[in-house]
Design a protein around this ligand. Structure first.
Ligand SMILES: Nc1ncnc2c1ncn2[C@@H]1O[C@H](COP(=O)(O)OP(=O)(O)O)[C@@H](O)[C@H]1O
Ligand SMILES: [Mg+2]
Length: 255
């Protein structure tokens, strides 16, 4: 199976015409204990794009994000972000540089209020005006968070907690937002709302790497996609082409 080697940014709303790489993963190898899970994965996310990473359970999607976030050490390969090599850099330093992940399963702080949760995202910032402006941006995106701002995070529904997790990530002022299965376990109506918010964030210029098992939804939203199978990229193409690719249809878009 040959992966496409040339990519174009299909974003009609993006100001970018020539592709500028923001994140470049080059042949990364990683694993747990004696088990190698990622076998030389390479992928690129260009400035202004939504790129989806799809694949079945256990394919290595979350592991890939953990490597990018600096949570899991590489055994080989390199990761470059904004033209600088970042593998080996501590996770908190990467957040401060704008590489922000919305983790799988949301992981909000249940005993803190919605507002406190959001402000946790801004802990490494000290630009008060910017923080206030971003809080308004989050509230504009998800009005429910404003309504529930004094409520404890743990009292929100699953979908609302996902919105809170995204809001918290936005409060970190991301340059690249990585999301791990934002639709997992969430009511369909809220999934639609969350995906609309992701699109809106991208249209404002935010670059997004979206990990999803819900391949159809992810490919409809993204410009390009990569298909991961047992720790290898087996397909890479524009999302609209992956949506009609028989191999993707058979394995990931079956009804
Ligand atoms: N903490 C861990 N320790 C050992 N093996 C793990 C750990 N996390 C994930 N794995 C294994 O790594 C593989 C890839 O997992 P993961 O990256 O979570 O896949 P995905 O997110 O695509 O479902 C799976 O075989 C999984 O069992
Ligand atoms: Mg996962």
């Amino acid at each position: 199976m040959s992966a496409a080697t040339t990519f174009t940014n299909t974003a009609s709303t993006s100001a970018n015409t020539g592709a500028t790489p923001l994140l470049e993963i080059k042949g990364i190898v990683a694993g747990y204990g004696r088990v190698e899970v990622l076998h030389q994965i390479s992928l690129t996310v260009n400035q202004g794009e939504i790129v989806s990473l799809i694949g079945g359970n256990g394919a290595g999607k979350s592991t890939t994000l953990m490597c990018i976030s600096g949570i899991l050490a590489l055994r080989g390969g390199e990761i470059h972000f904004a033209q600088q090599r970042i593998d080996g850099t501590r996770a908190d330093k990467l957040v401060a540089r704008g590489l922000v992940q919305v983790p799988e399963g949301r992981r909000i702080f249940p005993r803190m209020t919605v507002l406190e949760n959001l402000m946790m995202g801004a802990y490494c910032r000290n630009d008060r005006a910017g923080i206030a402006a971003d809080l308004e941006k989050v509230y504009a995106l998800f009005d429910i968070l404003k309504l529930r701002s004094t409520q404890l995070g743990g009292t929100l529904s699953g979908g609302e907690q996902q919105m809170l997790a995204i809001g918290r990530a936005i409060m970190s002022k991301p340059q690249l937002l990585m999301m791990d299965e934002p639709s997992m376990g969430i009511a369909p109506l809220l999934v639609t709302k969350i995906f609309e918010a992701v699109r809106a964030l991208n249209q404002e210029g935010l670059t997004i790497l979206l990990v999803e098992q819900n391949a159809r939804a992810a490919l409809r939203l993204s410009h390009r996609g990569y298909v991961l199978e047992t720790g290898r990229v087996v397909l890479a193409d524009e999302s609209k082409r992956l949506l009609v690719d028989p191999r993707v249809l058979e394995s990931y878009l079956g009804e």
